[in-house]
Design a protein around this ligand. Structure first.
Ligand code: ASP
Length: 313
């Protein structure tokens, strides 16, 4: 059997069994499984890892419980401003977008930016003008609306505070990050990664997190690994998390597991950066480290056996 593999995440944070209903847990696991299956369909017929991560992230963006696409959090003026990026490891080509509010699947726009814009990273209204020239359809604001996210925003709306993706049930100080992402290795040995998010509730001043920043929230390199991150973006930017893991492998000879362990459970912890990531190397080894209570995650190797997990262990 030729080697291929895929992993996805739906965010990290304070995700505890006591804060979950069985129905919601079932819905989350189903969504994660569907995303892996969307990618596997492509990989098992010899398709590209970039197509696989795009398909998996689209599937997660369409699922309203995650903070990406439909279900994205609200900004301080009641809009949605979404960020996404995608990268392939063979030629190190990448596309990224931030601050868009009308595109159903931001990861698709990131992919088209990579392939057609002549640039790597576009933002805001001008990015949407580019999307329009490429034939993207715009969605009305209420496509992205969910009652849960709206209530989260109302709770902080007229304050100066901005929140990571809290849920109603969380106590003060508890956090949940609902960003989504995927990493994959295809039969040709090519790695790819993609990440998509609505960012933080009540964010303002055009705040952008790690998700669309190549090397921070997303990175892929056929010599080392592919990475997609979730967590408190400011820390992930400052720690250059995704590229750091690749560098530890390339320049210091660490294994994927060693590099992930150091960055997520040592470096980030010392800085105070909460979150996690999904990672895959050139052999199809998968790592899913996080320093928070939980991380929505699912993965499969070439045997097609899809596994899902939410909490620690
Ligand atoms: N990393 C994202 C950000 O800071 C948040 C998340 O992972 O949910 O925008």
């Amino acid at each position: 059997m030729k080697n291929f593999a895929i992993a996805v995440h739906g965010g990290a944070g304070t995700i505890l069994p006591s804060l979950m209903t069985p129905e919601k847990e079932f819905a989350y696991r189903n969504a994660l499984q569907s995303a892996v299956n969307a990618g596997l369909e492509i990989l098992k017929t010899g398709g590209n890892s970039i197509d696989a991560v795009e398909a998996a992230v689209i599937s997660l963006e369409d699922f309203p419980l995650f903070n990406a696409g439909c279900g994205a959090v609200f900004t301080n003026n009641g809009t949605h401003q979404m960020d996404a990026s995608i990268m392939e490891g063979k030629h190190l080509e990448a596309g990224a977008v931030s601050g868009i509010s009308r595109i159903k699947n931001p990861v698709q726009l990131a992919r088209v930016i990579k392939e057609k814009s002549g640039h790597v990273y576009l933002c805001g209204e001008e990015a949407e003008v580019f999307a329009q020239t490429c034939g993207f359809r715009f969605e009305p604001n209420d496509y992205f609306y969910t009652e849960e996210r709206y209530q989260q925003w109302l709770a902080v709306k007229d304050t100066d505070s901005y929140q990571l993706d809290h849920t109603e049930k969380l106590e003060k100080g508890e956090k949940k990050f609902g960003t989504v992402g995927a990493v994959a290795l295809d039969m040709q040995g090519n790695l790819a990664a993609a990440t998509s998010t609505g960012g933080m509730t009540n964010k303002r001043y055009g705040r952008i997190g790690d998700t669309p920043i190549i090397g921070a929230g997303t990175y892929a390199n056929n010599e080392t690994c592919a990475i997609s991150c979730t967590g408190h973006g400011e820390f992930f930017i400052r720690a250059v998390v995704a590229y750091d893991i690749s560098c530890l492998m390339q320049y210091k000879g660490l294994t994927l597991a060693e590099a992930c362990q150091f960055v997520v459970n040592d470096k980030l912890v010392k800085m105070g950066g909460e979150g996690g990531l999904i990672a895959i190397d050139t052999q199809g080894n998968i790592q899913l480290p996080f320093n928070s209570d939980g991380m929505y995650r699912a993965w499969s190797h070439a045997d097609g056996l899809v596994q899902t997990a939410i909490y620690k262990n």
